[in-house]
Design a binder for this molecule. Structure first.
Ligand code: PLP
Length: 371
């Protein structure tokens, strides 16, 4: 059997933590109760869901509620529902950063058909949004500002606290896609909504959550039995909830050791990729994401030459579609520079040896290609 590749694509998804698997199994195998049933089996399942909700909420701001959803994409879609009430109050503008994940960007654009004007706000060559320009853009017509904490493609960290302040100064709401930072980077307490995903923190796929500040009302997005406060009907999976909760609890208990480990992996990688240029800010970034380019490189060829390392050309989302990365384009990179960029994502279960071996394979293939 072929050996598994070294996995360096931890922004696309992460492996399931063994502790998460262990917590999920009894809910899949033995405890089949519907958490919305009134009898003892249902109550037991409901209690597990609520424990998980607390665990997930433990890494989110205070004074809000945490709603489970099928993914962060779904959570973001739920959160955008808040704009309907603001439209009735004369606010018909939505601002999103130009480098947002499609989950935010395309959801925002879908509101054009509801009469909203959607503004995609530019970032600088370092990938960071300018606060001065945002201050000019946000006005009393703005219903919602959506900006991500950590960019999935280039790892840069946006000044979310300051952006939320600007939004609030104009009476606008602030939604933050914290998917790539949750459990690893502090989430400013002044956002109004935050979307998270379990599978980016060594939890299961198929579950995310939306945190909503108290006092913000969301319309029902999925109609039915009235679960999740009537906003997202449908029977919850106790196994997925429990797995998500355990993954969040692990992030909390291992926070310092995980952070030190990721930093060590990043330092190692950066010291080995000397002839490469980092895309995006070198200062304001999550170290587990290394997006780098090497002039003249054909990344499609590199990826087929280096099959023993699982890494990504730009973003997994963008590369799957064949479209050039909108994030790298937003930095002002030329098409050729975009095509010569790769993303390496380091995670909890990578070793220093993984990095050394992967870098060796990549650098050897690059030298052979550019010779
Ligand atoms: N937002 C960001 C920044 C992401 O990286 C992703 C996943 O790649 C998502 C949203 C969507 O998350 P999910 O897969 O849970 O829908």
């Amino acid at each position: 059997m072929a050996k598994d590749p070294i996995y360096l694509d931890n922004q696309a998804t992460t492996p399931l933590a063994p502790e998460v698997f262990d917590v999920m199994v009894p809910w899949l195998r033995d405890n089949f109760g519907n958490p919305h049933s009134a009898h003892i089996l249902g109550r037991k399942a409901a209690a597990a869901v609520e424990v998980a909700r607390e665990q997930v909420a433990g890494l989110l701001p205070n004074d809000g509620k945490t709603l489970f959803a099928g993914s962060a994409t779904e959570a973001i879609n739920l959160g955008f529902g808040a704009v309907h009430a603001l439209k009735a109050a004369g606010r018909d503008k939505i601002i999103v950063l130009d480098t947002e994940h499609a989950a935010v960007r395309d959801t925002a654009l879908s509101y054009e058909k509801h009469g909203f004007m959607v503004e995609r706000h530019p970032v600088g060559p370092d990938g960071i949004a300018s606060l001065e320009k945002l201050e000019d853009a946000i006005d009393d017509k703005t219903a919602l500002v959506a900006a991500m904490l950590v960019n999935n493609e280039i790892g840069v960290i946006q000044p979310i606290e300051a952006i939320a302040e600007l939004a609030h100064a104009n009476g606008s709401l602030m939604l933050c896609d914290v998917v790539q930072g949750y459990g690893r980077v502090d989430i400013p307490g002044n956002v109004d909504m935050a979307a998270v995903s379990a599978h980016k923190i060594y939890g299961p796929k198929g579950i995310g959550a939306l945190w909503v500040r108290n006092g913000i009302s969301l319309p029902p997005a999925i109609h039915g039995g009235g679960q999740e406060q009537g906003i997202r009907s449908g029977t919850l999976s106790p196994a997925l909830c429990a797995g998500f909760g355990q993954a969040a609890a692990l992030c909390m208990s291992r926070r310092d050791s995980d952070a030190a480990h990721i930093q060590a992996l990043a330092d190692k990688a950066r010291s080995c990729f000397v002839d490469w240029t980092i895309n995006g800010s070198t200062e304001y970034r999550y170290p587990g994401n290394l997006n780098i380019r090497r002039d003249g490189l054909d990344v499609a060829r590199l990826m087929s030459d280096v099959r023993s390392v699982a890494f990504s050309a730009g973003s997994a989302c963008a590369s799957g579609s064949g479209r050039p990365s909108h994030v790298l384009a937003a930095l002002g990179l030329e098409a050729q520079q975009i095509k010569s960029s790769i993303r390496l994502g380091f995670g909890r279960y990578n070793s220093l040896e993984d990095i050394e071996t992967a870098v060796k394979y990549i650098n050897e293939a690059v030298e052979a290609q550019l010779a």
